[in-house]
Each structure stands twice: as C-alpha cells, then as structure tokens.
Write a protein that binds this ligand. Structure first.
Ligand SMILES: Nc1ncnc2c1ncn2[C@@H]1O[C@H](COP(=O)(O)OP(=O)(O)OP(=O)(O)O)[C@@H](O)[C@H]1O
Ligand SMILES: [Mg+2]
Length: 371
C-alpha cells in the first residue's frame, strides 16, 4: 500500500516537473522572440500564439486569443468554450488588451493554478515588449523631428540671406517702375509691358516676404489675444472663397478660451495658409472644420478638411520650402514652411493626420502659460 502511494506521488512529480519545464520553455521562447529585432510586432505575435498552447497540459485541445488595442491574434480555428483562463495586458498602468486560453473540448478538463500563473507571466512579458516598442517608436519620431528641424533651420538661414540680397534690387525695380508709370506719358504698348514688370516684381516681393516670415526674419509683435476672436475675424475674409467653391464651414470653438501671447497678423497668416490649402484640397466642395480646445496650459487648434488628403510620402515633404504639387500660378510651396516658422516662433508645435481620399487635419498646440 505504502509502495503504491509512493509510486503515485513519483508519477505526479514527474507530471508536475514536465509541466514546469513546458512553462519555462514557453517564457524562454517568448523572451528569445522579443530579442529578435528583425521581427515586426505582427510576426512576433504570430509566433507567440503558437507557443502558448504548447505550454498547457493538452496542447492539441488548446486555443489561444490575444487582443491588443482592439486587434485580435488567435490560433487557427479557435473555438471559444466555457473552460478558459484570462490575463490582462497592462502597459504603463493602461489596460491595452488581454490573453485568453481555451480548452476547446471542454469535457472534464480544467486549468491548473500554475497555468493561470504562467498566463499572467506571459501577459507581463508582452506588456514589456509593447512598452519597449513604444519607447523605440517615440525615439525614432524624435530623431526625425530633430533632423527635420535641422534641415528647416539650414534652409531658413540660406533663404533669409537670399531674401535680403534680392530685396534691394527688387525695391529698385518696383520703385523705378512705378515712377516710370506715373511720371511719363508712355506709348500704350510700353505701358502694358511696364504693368507686367510691376506685377511680376510685386509677386517676387510677396515670395521674399514669405521667405522672411519662414526664416523668422520678421520678429513677432507679441500681444495678449483671444484665438477664437482672431479666427472669427479671419473667416470674414475666407467665407466668400468657401461659398464660391461649395465649401461648408464648421466652427467648433471652445467657449472661455484663455488668451495667448501671440502676433495677431502672424496667427492670421497661419489661419489663411492652412484654410487656403484646405479649400484647394476640396475642388468639388466639402467641409472645412475649425476647432479650438483648451486643456491645462495648452490650446489645441485644429483645421480639418474633407479633401484629397495626402499619402505618407507626401506628408514627409510638405514643410520643405518650395515644395508644391500645385501649378506655378497656384502655389509657391511656402505656405506650410511659413506656418511652421510662425508656430515655432510662438514656441508651439504643429502636426498632421491625413488619409488620401478622406481628408487632412492640421493640429497646432500653443501654450497659454506666458512665463
Ligand atoms: N489640406 C491639404 N490637403 C492636401 N494636400 C495638402 C494640404 N495642405 C498642403 N498640402 C500639400 O502640401 C503642399 C505644400 O503646401 P504649401 O501650403 O506649403 O504650398 P502650396 O499650397 O503648394 O503653395 P503656397 O501655399 O505657397 O501658395 C501642397 O502643394 C499640397 O500638395
Ligand atoms: Mg498653401
């Protein structure tokens, strides 16, 4: 009798040992996968889904479902059943999903407490991988922003030099041209040509002005202003253009917006540049939405359109000076660089979300803390 008892506990020990080995193998394999930088997150998850069932008592009857940020990863032909264990995946105190393991042929088999424990361990491992991935993505984004800012600063320096050089001869062309026009009785044909010279010089002066704005050669004249009020005033000029093109305007302005310290004419310029782009992106009409929101020390200002949108490749290029997809007489490619220069001079930031065929939203963040 004693012998029998002993034999049973030895069998139990071996079984338990085998289970522990399977569990450790599972954790080890996931850690190993996590260290393989060449795997995308989806590829990593595909492997994890295969590994987890192998660590359970009845691998062939086990199905696994992992849900992360509303995306499901599941073992082939998963059949959910009453008999399952579950563990939440929590990253930085935020529940981002869960893992569930099912016994598909539920009859009489139940999970061990150790298996539940293992699932918690796996969930923690996944959370760590996601946390690391989040940090890596943030770093990459920061690097790209720095590179971008550096490029813009170089171009800004270069273009401000050119702008100064051009400004003087341009003033002479304009000044003498206008003098000629008013002081002398010119033949009709010469007068017509002179008008063209003056119009071209005025256009060039506008380009120079934009360049100087972009390279922050025009220092902002800072005063306390209400952004909503500036938007309402600015729209007075834009309404006509919107109506002509079948663009419907939605103003969603938060009440009691705190004041910001800003240059009103430059903020007006930002509104015009972004709205004109939005209107140009909706040749068949659509909706232009202007939204303001306030939280803590920050004002979020959104300008959205339901226009043609931009793919990722285009989005990378749009803040570069002189980059345009428009015809020569339609765009100089300085609208967004100017917006970027102005927002930087106001210590704010700008970002965008866009999808081809759906539309674009530009988001500007400005600080209300005036210290
Ligand atoms: N709301 C938008 N929807 C789709 N594409 C846009 C939008 N805003 C900007 N773009 C793209 O970004 C490019 C650069 O815009 P930017 O305002 O700098 O120059 P532009 O509009 O071409 O010329 P400018 O503003 O100097 O007259 C545009 O040519 C267009 O391709
Ligand atoms: Mg533009």
């Amino acid at each position: 009798m004693d012998y029998e008892k002993h034999a049973l506990s030895a069998a139990e020990t071996i079984f338990a040992l085998r289970e522990r080995i399977k569990e450790l193998t599972c954790l080890y394999k996931i850690a190993d996968l996590a260290s393989r930088a060449e795997l995308s997150f989806a590829e990593f998850m595909e492997e994890v889904i295969k590994i987890i069932p192998r660590s359970m008592q009845y691998p062939s009857a086990t199905g696994c479902l992992i849900c992360i940020d509303q995306v499901d990863y599941s073992s082939p032909n998963l059949e959910k059943s009453e008999e399952y264990i579950s563990a939440p995946i929590t990253v930085n105190n935020l529940e981002r999903g869960f893992i569930q393991v099912f016994y598909q042929e539920a009859a009489g088999v139940s999970f061990l407490p150790e298996e539940e424990q293992l699932l918690k361990g796996v969930a923690q491992q996944l959370a760590l991988v996601m946390e690391r991935k989040g940090v890596e993505e943030n770093n990459a984004k920061l690097q790209e922003q720095l590179r971008h800012a550096d490029r813009l600063a170089t171009i800004g320096l270069l273009s401000s030099g050119i702008a100064h050089e051009i400004n003087e001869p341009l003033s002479a062309i304009l000044g003498f041209g206008q003098l000629l026009d008013t002081e002398y009785e010119l033949p009709q044909a010469a007068k017509k040509d002179l008008q063209k010279i003056i119009a071209a010089a005025l256009h060039a002066r506008e380009v120079v002005r934009k360049l100087m704005l972009f390279s922050r050669q025009v220092p902002p004249k800072m005063v306390a202003v209400n952004l909503n009020k500036l938007i309402m005033e600015g729209f007075y000029f834009l309404e006509n253009r919107c109506a002509k093109q079948g663009v419907n305007i939605v103003r969603d302005l938060q009440e009691d917006l705190p004041e910001i310290i800003a240059d009103p004419s430059q903020i007006h310029q930002v509104l015009v540049n972004l709205s004109v782009n939005a209107i140009q992106a909706m040749p068949k009409g659509g909706t232009l939405t202007i939204r303001t929101r306030h939280q803590d020390d920050t004002i979020e200002w959104q300008i959205s359109d339901t226009g043609i949108g931009m793919d990722k490749d285009l989005q990378q290029k749009i803040f570069m000076p002189f980059f345009t997809t428009k015809d020569v007489d339609q765009g100089t490619g300085l609208g967004l660089p100017v917006v970027h220069g102005i927002i930087s001079a106001h210590h704010g930031s700008i970002s965008l979300e866009s999808e081809p065929g759906v539309g674009t939203t530009f988001k500007i963040y400005l600080n209300t803390n005036h210290e």
